[in-house]
Ligand binder design. Structure first.
Ligand code: C5P
Length: 219
């Protein structure tokens, strides 16, 4: 087989959910398993890339040959990513980052009797947007998980976040989060392709191949 365009390239990937603390024992999170991002990390390592995986809380094992950095919160994921992004050739934002965090998490365990009736939130930074805005930054691939108007929302995010590519998947109806089969609509400026439906492992390999072609063409 012909050598991958991604051979010896450095790829930075975020994966999994983030956990936003409410107090010492409670947090806000989401249903992301990390499977898609971990599968992309595995596929990139198989293609011969140097892979760094910045993972939110996930029970998944580290794929062979992948350097893993564990984080919990969106702010930790943002810092871990931004310090490494300048050295990366490609950034893949597969994490389901919490859009908001608790504005003032308590350091102790809040008593039931002291429970507030509302929980003020504050916006988290957009990691992929910040990486895409870096001068001479890496080629960026983002994801868009949508329940409706998939392509329209994905095109909007491709432009608004300044991405090079976006992989959109339908969620809800037993698709997307926490399941193994998935289908991706991959878009870039001036084109697109449909991958799947197929298991996330195979989907990740197909996405890495497509990414390799476009990254190569964009250089
Ligand atoms: O805007 P939305 O959250 O739907 O965008 C999804 C894409 O943006 C994904 O690639 C996700 O990893 C990335 N993202 C991010 N930082 C955030 C929110 C989303 O990198 N705070």
């Amino acid at each position: 087989s012909r050598p991958s365009a991604l051979q010896n390239q450095s790829i930075l990937i975020t994966a999994g959910p983030t956990r936003e603390p409410i107090d010492a024992v409670r947090f806000i999170a989401n249903r992301s398993s990390g499977r898609m991002g971990f599968a992309i990390a595995a596929a990139a390592a198989t293609a011969g890339s140097q892979v760094t995986l910045i993972a939110g809380p996930s029970a998944l094992p580290t794929p062979p040959g992948v350097t893993r950095i564990d984080v919990e919160t969106a702010l930790e994921m943002h810092a871990a990513t931004l310090t490494r992004a300048a050295e990366a050739d490609i950034f893949v934002a597969a994490a389901a980052v919490a859009d908001y965090r608790v504005a003032e998490p308590a350091t102790n365990k809040v008593k039931k009797t002291d429970a507030p009736s509302s929980l003020p939130l504050t916006a988290n930074p957009d990691i992929v947007r910040d990486v895409a805005a870096m001068p001479d930054g890496p080629f960026t691939l983002g994801f868009a998980a949508e329940t409706d108007d998939l392509l329209e929302h994905a095109r909007g995010k491709l432009a608004a976040k300044g991405l090079d590519m976006i992989a959109a998947n339908q969620v809800g109806d037993g698709l997307g989060f926490d399941v193994d089969e998935n289908r991706l609509e991959v878009l870039w400026t001036g084109g697109g392709a449909t991958l799947g439906p197929m298991p996330k492992r195979r989907l990740a390999a197909a996405l890495i191949e497509l990414l390799g072609e476009h990254w190569h063409a964009a250089r």
